[in-house]
Every structure is written in C-alpha cells, then in structure tokens.
Design a protein around this ligand. Structure first.
Ligand SMILES: [Fe+2]
Length: 192
C-alpha cells in the first residue's frame, strides 16, 4: 500500500506568502511519507505478531494522525488552486443560508471555530446520511474528525500555516486571508 504526494498549483496568494506555502507543502509530503512508513513497518513487524503486539498497536494508533495530516492537507491546498472566486450560487450557498441564516453569519461562526485554542483544523462537512452541513474543530490531524462525513472546507490552524506571515495574536488575519484566497468553485463541487 503506497500513497503518493499530490502536486498543487497554488497561485500567488494575498496575505499568505509563497514561503509559507512551500514550507507547508513540504510538511504535507512528510505526512505522506510517514503514512507509507507506518504501513511498511507494520508489514515488517507482522512476521511475529505476538512479540511485536505493542509496537504494531502503537503504529496503528499513530496512523490516524499521519493519515489525517495527509488527507486534510490535500483538501486544504486544492482550495487555492485556480485562484479566488466568489461563492457560486448553488447547493452549498443554499445549504449555508438555510442552516446558518446567511453566508456572513456562517463565516462568523466558522471563524469562531478556527479560533479554538490549540493546533488543529476548522472543518465544514456534508453529512450524506442527513444531507446537512456539520462543522467542528479537529485537534491535531485526527482527534474529533467526524466519521463518514464528506469534507467540504478544511482550514489548517496549525501555527506553521501562518506564523511566517502573522503573529499568534493576529491569527484571525490569517483566517481572513484564507477566505480571501478561496476558490469557492472547488469547495462547492465537493458537495455534488
Ligand atoms: Fe498544515
């Protein structure tokens, strides 16, 4: 089982430097590498399951972190490809307005989630079981990730996402920059 790091055509962004994006893409590649490493190590240790029970269990425990770090970043970087666009009229807009009252009200609420203390992600999902939007905070890369929901919008709130460009006390400005650079068409298509 092998995963390959994807490539992303991230255009020049407003308020998020090229250096930040390059560093961040390198971190993403590290997650892909470690997902593969864990799978390789588990296979290598599996010749003696009894002797290696704890080693394998700890690697399995670690997989959620590395896998989340891989997949979350793939959603994150893809959202910038093609450059910023306005939120297109359609299913996502309708759902946001129905559930949160307005785009502005939703964005305020989502920003509040992003301001959660700690490192992790603000996530907007679509629940295919109920056809509703659900949003939450995910600690690190995986803790609190909601099962069997489709990621619609993924906002990385680890400090590596913004510390080169913003002071910690100004991380809300990074969130504003994130929204200003979003390709909403990419995001909206995830709902279809
Ligand atoms: Fe990140």
């Amino acid at each position: 089982m092998k995963y390959t790091a994807l490539t992303f055509e991230v255009p020049e962004l407003v308020g998020i430097s090229l250096e930040t994006i390059e560093l961040h893409l390198g971190l993403y590649a590290g997650y892909v590498k470690h997902v593969n490493l864990i799978h390789d190590k588990i296979a290598a240790y599996s010749h003696d399951l009894e002797a290696n029970t704890y080693a394998i269990a700890e690697m399995q425990r670690r997989l959620g972190f590395e896998f989340g770090g891989m997949r979350n970043h793939e959603y994150y970087f893809a959202q910038f490809e093609g450059g910023a666009t306005a939120l297109p009229a359609g299913t996502l807009q309708e759902k946001i307005e129905n559930q949160f009252g307005s785009i502005t009200a939703w964005q305020t609420r989502f920003t509040q989630i992003a301001m959660t203390r700690g490192v992790g992600w603000a996530m907007l999902y679509h629940d295919p079981h109920t056809d509703q939007l659900v949003q939450t905070w995910v600690d690190e890369q995986h803790l609190g990730q909601l099962a069997d929901l489709d990621i619609v919008l993924a906002l990385d709130m680890w400090e590596h996402s913004y510390m080169r460009d913003y002071l910690p006390a100004a991380k809300v400005d990074y969130v504003k920059a994130f929204f200003a650079n979003l390709n909403w068409e990419v995001v909206s298509e995830r709902l279809v």
